[in-house]
Structure formats: structure tokens, C-alpha cells
Ligand binder design. Sequence first.
Ligand code: WTA
Length: 631
Amino acid sequence: MTEQDFAVPLEAPRYYEPDPSYRERSWIGDYRAAYQKYLEDPGEFWRTRAAEIEWFEPFDRIMDWDFPYAKWFLSGKLNITHNCLDRHVRDGRANKVAVFWRGEEGEEKVYTYSQLLRAVCRFANALKKIGVRKGDRVCIYMPVVPEQIVAMLACARIGAVHSVVFGGFGVGALNQRIRDSGSKVVVTADVSMRRGKAIQLKSIVEEAVVNAPSVEAVVVLRRDRPKVELHSEMELDFDELMENEPAVCEPEVMDAEDPLFLLYTSGTTGTPKGIIHTCGGYAVGTQYTTKYVLDLKEDDVYWCTADPGWITGHSYVVYGPLLNGSTVFVTETTPDYPDPGIWWKIIQNYGITVFYTAPTAIRMFMRVGEQWSDRYDLSSLRILASVGEPLNPEAFEWFYRHIGKDRCPIVDTWWQTETGMHMITTMVGEPMRPGFAGRPIPGVVVDVVDRDGNPVEPGNGGYLVLLEPWPAMLRTVYKNDERYRKYWTTINRVYTATDLAVKGHDGNIMVIGRADDLIIVAGHNIGTAEVESALVSHDAVAEAAVIGIPDPVKGNQIKAFVILIEGHAGSDRLKADLRYHVRMTVGPIAMPSEIEFVDSLPKTRSGKIMRRVLRAKELGMDLGDVSTLED
Ligand code: WTA
């Protein structure tokens, strides 16, 4: 996408005003005053935020900034699981529900805070027993089951670095992530459930650990009956491993700057980036934003529909809500199984109060119509939230009206895997402008600039940048610091989010979309290079280029242009074969919805494929500047 791809909306802004009681009861109170207070003394602001978690040893400095490297809460010692679990058990939340889980067929599991603590300690001891030590990487490739959360927290308990890989990735993508992280253990399940069908995860893992010499053990949660066999020497049963372990495990004392996890995100090359987050800054950032942006209160029942395999699941299913001692609802359910009323039925039956989802889901529900949501009582809802891609005004209005019943504020949160925490939003109680994410939260300084870093005038578009370091920021890209430095050196020593945005006259920011070759399909980031290299690895393919084309529900869909190797004929059969190949290599989320066989691809003189040209042609747009185009 380029700046020319969007037009600045000229019509007079329309605002939605939430009931004043929202602001009065919110943690943030007056947004402007809170932001001003941050600007007056950033150090004091973050010191106060950091005081909301417990430190084994206090930090002696808030932040060190040695461009482009930041360290936060220096010398502070903590364990995030002590903050997520032990302190709540101690302080009166022992029997409060931490996690409600519901499976596709309505089966349930409930963990109170004390039960979750015991499970985490048992699994932490089990991991130790099989040789996992502080600093070792553990790959978690699981469906959305409570054991996925247990596994993540167990790693954090002992200081192992988890690398959660979304259960929808295929063999190639998983293998690449296991190898890059050098994971010692892979935690998985036999199956995940999707629309009544069991998807075999273990067989994907079996293939993905071939040529991954770092892997010493594969721990398998066996859900299916009769239980699948564990064949290889390496495979161990999840429950049996835990069974005889003590339910007490002292939390490892972690330095604030020790790594907590790495999470791969697609980049513009075929290799995904292992984004590194650390213990202290991430804990402070997610505790703060969950409390102040999602405005969670003691008796909320909170549901974020993200999979813990993505950053939203890390920050706002697992760590943020548990840090705040909240009750979290999680489910393996797809939004339309057994019918498109299921989510609304869940909201009614569990009394969900804060509901956090993605624009792609909202648009899907818009399409099937409000007759599904109208059947259920949604009066428990207090706050709605959105993440992952721009919440277009039509989707905003539908969500506001049919789900929030013209009553609940919508918190549209802009952030990234790299930022770890929310950055831009409209705080609860503030007037909402559909199409605009909002303003920076206190603690965050943003701007929209041109290529040279000059701020654009209000009403104009440009690149979204972050001007100040923040506690939950990525510290580096695993084994690839050069790629980390690029975030800060592309434009004028500020953090480039690689998103295009418009600065409104009222200070609100509208995020338009990616400025690079990432395609966001149904909220999932897909790197064009990853899909292209999967296509090229097929015997019939010489060259491939993929682009995103607009889709009314998923935001984008993938279209592939493919040059075949001499002797191969383009047929529907081959198209199906290529789609299947991408599905197996990268995963179902990356499957092109359309494939076109071509004889050549537009390239620059230096041989780079000009996806912009393909896209412009596909969408019938002006080609823009093609002076570098060779053919
Ligand atoms: C996009 C997800 C508009 C954006 C938390 C960003 C959004 C990328 C929004 C990061 C939003 C996320 N409005 N666009 N509210 N939230 N994005 O790393 O392009 O999976 O750069 O993190 O999603 O995706 P990621």
C-alpha cells in the first residue's frame, strides 16, 4: 500500500458520546488530564504504573535509553506468574474464577486462581524434570485449551522462554519457528477441534521436528479417546508428566530485562521475526493497559476472542487479565459453529461484561445479520473492544448498535506484536469517532510523518511513528538485531510502525493499513514472501508473487500470480494442488483464494517484484510511479 491508496475523509466528523457514567467510573478518569500528567513527568508516570505489580527486589532506575536500545526498571527482580497467580491467591482471590473454558460442544473446564496456580506449578516442575532450565526455549503449539495457558505460565514460572506458535500454522512454518528459536521442548496436543472436526496437530509436529535437532522432547496433551499412541522415544504424555509433580514450585527470580517470551511475526522476507519481550516492562505494560484501556473491574467476566497463539492472546487473554486478577473466558469455538448465534449465546450464558474481538468477526456477523444476535440477551455487556485491523465505520456502527445496543463504548485498540501493549485507542468515556482508532494512551507519544520524518499537517496522511520508548516494547529480533535496528532507523530515529495513518484535525488518528508487503487476512499477518517461497517450493512453480486484494469480511484475501516451469500446464487441478501445498507449508490462513498463471511478473531493474503494480492493475487503479519498472 502507498499513500496514494487512501483518500482523507472530508465530511464533518461524527462522534458517539458515551454516557457520562462511563468516564466517572473508569480507571482513567479524565483522559486529557491523565495524558498531561504523563507529559509533565514521564518517569513518575511509569514509576506509579510499575508500583501496581510486586517486585521481589525494587528497580533502581526507570529507564535507560541507548538508541535504539531501551532497558526498563533496571535491576528490578520479579516473576510475572507471582503477579498473575500467587499474589491473588494470597489476597483473597483464591476461589475466584481465573479461567472459564468452553469447548465446541459445550463442554467446560473451570480454574479458580488457586487451581490455576497449582496446575502451573505442577507443569513447571514437570518441565524442570525433563531438563528445561531458565533461558531454554519451549515451543507451544496447541489449540485454545486451558492447558495452553498452563504451559505458557509454567515456562514463565521457571524462566524458560516460550515461543507460542498459532495452531493454524503448517509443517513448514512450525519447523522454521522451532529451528530459529532452538526450542528444546515442544508442547502440543493430539487434536484441535474446528467445526466438529478433529484436526490432527500431533502429526504436524511429528513432521516439523524432523531436522530440528534442538528438540529433546515433545509433550502431548491427549484429548481424543481412545488415546493416540505416543510412538517416538521423544513423546511424553502431558497429564502423566504433571500427575506426580508437587503443586508447589517457587517462582524463578527474574531480572526485569530477562526475556519472557519470543513470538514470531511475519516480516517482509521469507523468515519470520522472533520478537523478544522481557519480564519487567511487559508485565508493567500489559497490567497497565488491561486495567486502563479495557477498564476491567473486579466483577467483570472478560472475553477476548483472540487465540493465545497471537500477541493479542499473550497480552490480553493471558498476562494482562491475570495480572489484574480478572475472570477470563476462553473458548475453542469458531464464530459460526454450530451456528452464527454461538458467540451471543456465550455472552448471554456467561454474563460477559467486556468483549474484545476483531473487525473481521464483526463483518462476518454483519453479513449473516442481526437476527442471530437479537435472539440473545446481551445486557450484561459493558464495554466492547476491537483489534487487528482498521474498524471501518460500517462495522463500528453495526457493532455499536446491534451488540452494544447504543450503550457500550467501543475501544478500538491499535498496537502490534512489537509494541506488546496497546498504543492508540479511544479511552472509555471519551467521544468516539468511527473509523478512527483514537489518540495515544498516556505513556505513549505518536505522530504521523512523511518519509523524511516531518510531521504531516492535520488532515493529511503519512507514516505512523512512535517517538518515545515504552516498557513493553520489543527489545530485539531473536538472532537478528539488524532487523530490530531497522524499526528505529527507517525514518529519522523514531520507531516506524510501517502503518499508514491519517491525522485528523481533532487529534484522532485513523490507521489505514500496512505500508509494507504484509497482508492482514482476517486479522492474521501474512508475509507475502512466506507464501511466495511456499509456492516456489512446489515442483511446477518457477516464480510467484502474491498480493492482498480487498475482501468485505476478511479485510483482505490473497491472490497469487504464478509463473510455471516449462513443461507444466496451468490447470484447475494444479491450482488446487498449489493451494493445498501452501496450506500444508504455511497453514490454512495463508491459502491464496485466487491463483492466476502468468508469463511474466513486473519487476524493477534490480529484479524486485513490484507487487504494487500487480495490485494496481488488479484493482484497476492508477499505476503511480513506475519509473523503476523494467518490463
Ligand atoms: C494492524 C496485533 C488498525 C496494523 C495487535 C498493525 C490495526 C498490525 C489495529 C499489527 C487497529 C492492529 N486499527 N490497524 N486497531 N490493530 N492493526 O502484530 O496494521 O498481529 O501494524 O498485532 O495490525 O498486527 P499484529
